[in-house]
Design a protein around this ligand. Structure first.
Ligand SMILES: NC(=O)c1ccc[n+]([C@@H]2O[C@H](COP(=O)([O-])OP(=O)(O)OC[C@H]3O[C@@H](n4cnc5c(N)ncnc54)[C@H](OP(=O)(O)O)[C@@H]3O)[C@@H](O)[C@H]2O)c1
Length: 228
């Protein structure tokens, strides 16, 4: 079903994992999609892969311009690119700290900053930020990651209030464990974890909401994790 025909989306971190599932779902629904990552990838039907590092504001702006020049505008921004580095505060290197905060928080700002004028030009759109349940459930060794995602939640809520009257809807999705290559790897999670497609389905469900409604925060949990 081409419910997004004529729409243009930018997905950061679309080369694998959750981002790749979101890119596929958007393209299957008829959208034209620009997908970014540091490694890039091969273009496919309605999907352009762009090498762009969200930690670099110029790269973020270039990715947005790529969507606008390739496909004529921008309607949907999915800030999905994210990294985890897990160590105690005493043991974490300065570089690891910067990588997490610069990717998971500053990168979202750079992409939103570049995208909002284009969303306004289209008369509205969506910004969907992929956060994490770790934003609400901090754990030892997760200071950088948990802080980056908690800050992303607050960023999203403030932004939502700034742009809602421009018909730009802002949501953030907080998944629990998803079976991808992220962080500590997928092996331990296999069998009970969410899949990347589960998260993509939430994104598609959000996009299908009637214009008057805005589920601004979504928590998505594995229904049956191992008992503690
Ligand atoms: N997996 C989980 O259990 C889980 C749970 C909750 C939330 N999340 C969140 O979901 C999002 C996606 O995670 P995932 O599990 O799909 O991870 P993943 O499989 O490791 O994929 C991460 C994606 O982000 C890209 N990326 C990383 N740093 C980037 C940068 N600086 N600029 C542009 N792209 C970058 C990666 O490509 P390159 O390496 O080529 O750049 C890749 O495409 C993240 O925000 C993560 O925090 C994941």
């Amino acid at each position: 079903m081409s419910i997004l025909a004529g729409r243009v989306a930018l997905v950061t971190g679309g080369s694998k994992g959750i981002g790749a599932a979101i890119v596929r779902a958007l393209a299957d629904a008829g959208a034209s999609v620009v997908s970014t990552s540091r490694s890039g990838g091969r273009d496919a039907d309605r999907v352009r892969q762009v090498k762009a590092d969200v930690r670099n504001a110029d790269d973020a702006a270039r990715a947005v311009e790529e969507a606008v020049t390739s496909f004529g505008g921008l309607d949907i921004l999915v800030n999905n690119a994210g990294v985890g580095a897990f160590a105690t505060v005493a043991d974490m290197s300065i570089d690891e700290w910067r990588q997490v905060i610069d990717t998971n928080l500053s990168g979202v700002f750079y992409c939103c900053h570049a995208a909002i004028p284009h969303l306004r030009r289209r008369g509205g759109g969506w910004i969907i930020n992929i956060s994490s349940l770790a934003s609400r459930n901090p754990f030892a060794g997760g200071a950088a990651y948990c802080a980056s995602k908690a800050a992303l939640n607050q960023f999203s809520e403030a932004l939502m209030q700034e742009v809602r009257h421009d018909d730009i809807r802002v949501s953030y999705v907080m998944p629990g464990s998803v079976a991808t290559d992220f962080g500590r790897g997928s092996t331990a999670k296999s069998g009970w974890a969410l899949t990347a497609e589960d998260v993509a389905q939430v994104v598609m469900d959000l996009l299908a909401m009637p214009a008057r409604s805005l589920p601004s925060r979504v928590e998505l949990r594995p229904s049956k994790p191992p008992k503690k």
